[in-house]
Structure formats: structure tokens, C-alpha cells
Design a protein around this ligand. Structure first.
Ligand code: BTN
Length: 272
């Protein structure tokens, strides 16, 4: 007798062994795989609002309405013919301060993948100056949680092979450029443990203890940057709360991710 497709899916992704491996770090975490969903973030946000706040790692082979930061769409892997990993973590969290969580998540991914990966503030992973992955973090209050606790949904999309670059100013990067042969389940198993450990450390201690590690991968440090509010200056690192520090003619500005977007300024004539 053949296996049901649902069982095939869970087995293909190694959901049960991965869930077992993650229990010591996050007891009670469940690992679920869906063939298709609108968006893993949207799905976990829906569940949180409906009082399902069980710690969950939800991975989908295809998203029909993947979402990126600043309201942008995030292209689904299979719909566009390239391999990618798309998953979200839904976790009840009660940090003293949420600032810097997205930087901590980017750092955990970079450290799990390659020593030469850098982070373009706040959390885009860069390989060779090109974007490899994106992170979208949302939170929801839930009637099932204590007042000081929110359900955080950490959504991560990572290119495995060459994505469609249409409409993008810079060609994206992909994991198989530096880890050939890795598949999406292998990539998930590689990044999930460190990610959960870093989120746990963040909940206990905030971003400050991670600042030096972030600094070692800061793609913008020392570079001229342009902010979307028109300001220009030199990026000089991040604060204990994960704000980007920019020296401008008007003094040092602390930029938080909700305020503005930032891009490095490429000197005229230079090839980006
Ligand atoms: C960005 O704009 O850089 C963030 C992209 C985040 C994409 C991931 S894919 C898994 C999760 N589900 C979504 O709809 N978005 C995130």
C-alpha cells in the first residue's frame, strides 16, 4: 500500500525527527508541514488570534500570498520555479524589550549558514553583496496569553537556488552557491536549532549581548548610506537596542526599522 500524500510530506521534511531534536531547546514545540498555504505568517497570526498559541514551526512547500516587509509581496518558491525555504515560528514570548529581535534572528541564520554571510541592517542576509533571505516579524496579543506575553510570528524565506530577478535592482543570492547539494529540509534542520536558542537568549537578555557578534557581520558598517527619509550619512554600527547608528551632518541618528529603510550608496562609476 502506498503512503498517504500527507504522510509523505511530513516524512520528506523529517518533521518528526526535527521536532524531537528541537524539544530540549523548546519543550512542546510542534513541527508542521503544509503543501500549500497563503502565507505561513498569516496562518500563524490567524491561529494566535483564535487562541492557538502552541509553539509551532510551520513550513510550507508553496505560499500563494507570501508577504515581505513594508507590505511587499514575497514570491513563492514553486510558483516561480525555483527552490526556496519558507517557514514561520510562532512562539509565546515575553521579553522586557522587543527591540533588536529581528537583528537577533538574522544573526542566528547567518551563523548557522556561513562565516562569510553578512547582514544588511536590520536583518537581510547578504552573500557577496546580494540578498539571500528575508525575515518578517509580527506579533499578536491572544486571549490565551498573560498580559506581558505576545505571540511572535517570525517568518523566514531563504533562496535555495537562483530566483527570478525580474523587477529587482540587484540579483538575489542563493544558498547552493556556497552549500551545494543542500535541500530545503536539510536547510531547515540546519538553521532551526540555533534560531530557537538565539530567540530564547533574546527573551532572557535582550539584544545587547548579541551586539558584538552582529557587528562582526554588519554589511553597512563604515559605508555611506541613504535613508528613505532623505538623510544621508555613514553607518557606524548598531546600538544595544539594535538601532542603526548613522553619522550625518546633523549629528548621529539612531534609526529604528519601523521608521525608514536604508540602502548603501554606491559611488558613481562603481559596479554594485
Ligand atoms: C522581506 O521582505 O525581506 C521579508 C520576507 C519574509 C518572507 C517569509 S517566507 C515565510 C514567511 N511567510 C510570509 O508570508 N513571509 C515570510
Amino acid at each position: 500500500m502506498g503512503q498517504t500524500p500527507a504522510l509523505d510530506l511530513q516524512q520528506r521534511w523529517g518533521a518528526a525527527p526535527l521536532q524531537d531534536a528541537l524539544q530540549p531547546t523548546w519543550p512542546g514545540l510542534r513541527v508542521q508541514v503544509m503543501a500549500e498555504v497563503d502565507s505561513t505568517n498569516t496562518e500563524l497570526m490567524r491561529r494566535a488570534r483564535a487562541s492557538d498559541v502552541t509553539p509551532t514551526l510551520l513550513v510550507a512547500e508553496a505560499q500563494t500570498a507570501g508577504r515581505g516587509r513594508m507590505g511587499r509581496p514575497w514570491k513563492s518558491a514553486s510558483a516561480h520555479g525555483h527552490a526556496a525555504l519558507a517557514f514561520s515560528l510562532g512562539l509565546p514570548l515575553a521579553p522586557r524589550d522587543w527591540s533588536g529581535l529581528s537583528l537577533a534572528v538574522g544573526l542566528a541564520l547567518a551563523e548557522a549558514l556561513h562565516p562569510q554571510l553578512t547582514i544588511k541592517w536590520p536583518n537581510d542576509l547578504w552573500w557577496d553583496g546580494r540578498k539571500l533571505s528575508g525575515i518578517l516579524i509580527e506579533t499578536a496579543a491572544s486571549p490565551a496569553l498573560a498580559d506581558d506575553t505576545r505571540q511572535v510570528v517570525i517568518g523566514i524565506g531563504i533562496n535555495l537556488d537562483a530566483p527570478d530577478a525580474e523587477g529587482l535592482s540587484t540579483r538575489p543570492a542563493w544558498v547552493r552557491e556556497f552549500l551545494p547539494g543542500l535541500d530545503a529540509p536539510g536547510l531547515l534542520a540546519r538553521v532551526a536549532p540555533g534560531l530557537l536558542q538565539t530567540v530564547q537568549q533574546f527573551e532572557r537578555e535582550g539584544f545587547a549581548p548579541l551586539r558584538d557578534r552582529y557587528a562582526g557581520r554588519d554589511a553597512l558598517a563604515g559605508r555611506e548610506v541613504a535613508l528613505s527619509d532623505g538623510l544621508r550619512g555613514r553607518a557606524v554600527g548598531v546600538s544595544d537596542l539594535g538601532a542603526l547608528l548613522v553619522h550625518t551632518e546633523m549629528g548621529t541618528r539612531e534609526v529604528t526599522s519601523s521608521e525608514v529603510s536604508v540602502r548603501p550608496v554606491v559611488a558613481e562609476g562603481a559596479v554594485p
